[in-house]
Ligand binder design. Structure first.
Ligand code: NAD
Ligand code: ZN
Length: 360
């Protein structure tokens, strides 16, 4: 058994309003006036002065607004890196991502590709990066994915959806300011929050479970339960707790793995472009055979918040479409092995996945 030597985010600040400290956090990292900081910001904030006016722009620094409508693509990273290289006199002092999982992943990938040669798609996989990335900072504005702590950046490339998993991927600094999540629309809050809840269920019920993952997973699940089900929390408390749940959920899967919902949700995402949070919910809703307790509570949470999931997303798909999704899902060996053990292929068949997809 070879144990993972897992890199963690070395610096993190937590607190309501901590976003206001960004200027002093960045100051010592500024190389010179020609090496700018580049702020990659979710365009949902483009006209939000409360956020934008606090971005500490100096000298040649730039804010680039980016849509989170679609999940990040390798080509999009290549284009961004080319633009930044062209417009910056020197290699940037740092890349700062402000937004949800989408912006976190874009910031990590851009920071890596600013120092690595070739195309982004060349680095999709495990430990293919061998150069230190540009200093990068993650500032989440919605809680759940755990992308702020993870060692990956999930990207869709020309022929696969796969992360750049490397020791150079994690952020050098994270700013956890729960106040930034206050404008998140209710449905999106639920979908992305449930990503965290599902991380916990899949990690805690997986064969890869160990004391490290369990300690973080149980805490994250407890926080999710309080936020989405049985807690009597103020809005502020719920924001604070969900931000920490996301962090702990990310730490839990870092040392174990996700499971069935994520594997099948990748299939939906690849074929239909279904986004991660909602895709996980659509799948998880039908996984009572795998995660009976987790799914039962999920259904109660859904009901409590009046969330209606899309139905019939797989209606009208061709045999070829189903096969594409099934191949993508079944290709994720470690997820199935975590969920069902080493002999997972004995029970997880294309027919079983087809029957599950047909329900969605
Ligand atoms: P997101 O970044 O896609 O954002 C979802 C929506 O919420 C967007 O419309 C966005 O504009 C909006 N939004 C975000 N913050 C807001 C705010 N404060 N106020 C109003 N609107 C706001 O959502 P997500 O669920 O956080 O991220 C999903 C992405 O994360 C996927 O691309 C997925 O692949 C990736 N992901 C990465 C990891 C990882 O470890 N790297 C883990 C899980 C998911
Ligand atoms: Zn997830």
């Amino acid at each position: 058994m070879k144990y993972k030597n897992f890199p963690m985010v070395p610096k993190v600040v937590f607190g309501r309003g901590s976003f206001g400290q960004l200027g002093e956090i960045l100051m010592p990292k500024r190389k010179n006036a020609d090496a700018p900081f580049i702020f990659l910001v979710d365009d949902v904030f483009e006209n939000n002065d409360w956020v934008v006016s606090r971005i500490p722009v100096m000298f040649n620094d730039r804010i680039i607004f980016i849509s989170a409508e679609e999940e990040p693509k390798t080509e999009q990273i290549d284009t961004l890196v080319e633009k930044i290289r062209k417009e910056s006199p020197e290699t940037p002092s740092g890349i700062i991502g402000i937004g949800g999982g989408t912006m976190m992943d874009i910031a990590k990938a851009v920071a890596i590709m600013l120092t690595s040669k070739g195309k982004t798609e060349d680095y999709q996989g495990w430990d293919l990066v061998n150069k230190e990335a540009v200093y990068h900072v993650g500032i989440p504005t919605i809680s759940g994915t755990g992308a702020e702590v993870s060692r990956t950046t999930v990207l869709t490339g020309p022929d696969k959806k796969l992360g750049i998993n490397s020791d150079f991927t994690p952020f050098d600094q994270v700013v956890l300011d729960p106040e930034l999540t206050r404008g998140v629309p209710k449905d999106q809050w639920f979908y992305t929050g449930m990503d965290c809840y599902i991380h916990c269920v899949e990690s805690l019920n997986g064969t890869y479970l160990n004391a490290f993952s369990q300690s973080y997973g149980e805490k994250a699940q407890e926080l999710c339960n309080e936020v989405f089900y049985n807690g009597d929390l103020t809005e502020e408390e719920a924001q604070d707790k969900l931000m920490m749940a996301s962090w702990h959920g990310g730490m839990s899967i870092a040392y174990s793995q996700v499971g069935v919902a994520h594997a099948m949700s990748y299939g939906l995402s690849y074929l239909l472009g279904t986004k991660h949070g909602i895709g996980n919910c659509i799948v998880f809703d039908h996984l009572e055979d795998f995660y009976p307790e987790g799914v039962a509570l999920f259904k109660k949470m859904k009901e409590k918040h009046g969330v209606k999931l899309p139905q019939g997303v797989c209606a009208g798909l061709s045999d070829k479409d189903f096969d594409t999704m099934i191949n993508i899902a079944m290709g994720l060996d470690p997820l199935w092995e975590n969920a069902c053990g080493k002999n997972w292929k004995d029970t997880i068949t294309p027919e079983l996945l087809r029957s599950l997809y047909e329900k969605m």
